[in-house]
Design a protein around this ligand. Sequence first.
Ligand SMILES: [Ca+2]
Length: 249
Amino acid sequence: MRARRLLVAAVVAAAAVLVPAPASAGPLSGGPVVVPSDGTMVTSPLTTIVGATYRVTVTGAYSYNGRQHLADCGWWNPETAGDAWFPGGFLQVNGATAECGSQPYTTTHTYTWEQPGTGAPFTFRIADPGGPYDNVGSLVADVVEVRSQGAVDGDCARLTTNDPTADLSVIHVVVSAIATGGAGPALASASCRFFDSGGRLVATVSTAVPGPRAYGTDVVVLPAGEYRSCYYASAFWVMDGASASDSDC
Ligand SMILES: [Ca+2]
């Protein structure tokens, strides 16, 4: 029990000094696609992945009657309504009414929402109930994968003890890796390496367990001398394939 209390204290001390490093993965986009108002279905350049989340941005307005009356992603300006706009919901994404149809109207005509991947490119189609033959213009749609922004750090802590019965020829090491942020479960790992005064690698200890916090202990037997330790920590977010790493030597 005594050893366990010491271990917990060392782990807490190690965790307190960690500084997160930014995740290396960024947004993934295939670029915007023009959605014509003639009813043609177009697809996003990006093939989406089931389990991932995508941010859809649709901007612009088109004439639904060949005159000055416009419709955008989710709203329209009826011919008899002056300058007033009303919910329209003419744009379809993957065959269903786009989410912008339930969002507040904006004079920027730019709407953004998130929806899950389907395993295929997203499809866009303007379904004008009055018919597309007199329409002029288009919308622009962009689909960007939302990746979790996580961070990871690690540390190597030599576990000291005041236990008079402890074997002082054996060095106990706490290896920790902390993965923070992100949308999904993470796998975190860290390794600690010990070098002697000549820079030669004399021992390595590692841990790799599910995040967000991974702690491991190991025992290394080192010959007498002073040692320099360094760590390498990495984390992989299972949900979307993002990863991050950090090291210090
Ligand atoms: Ca029309």
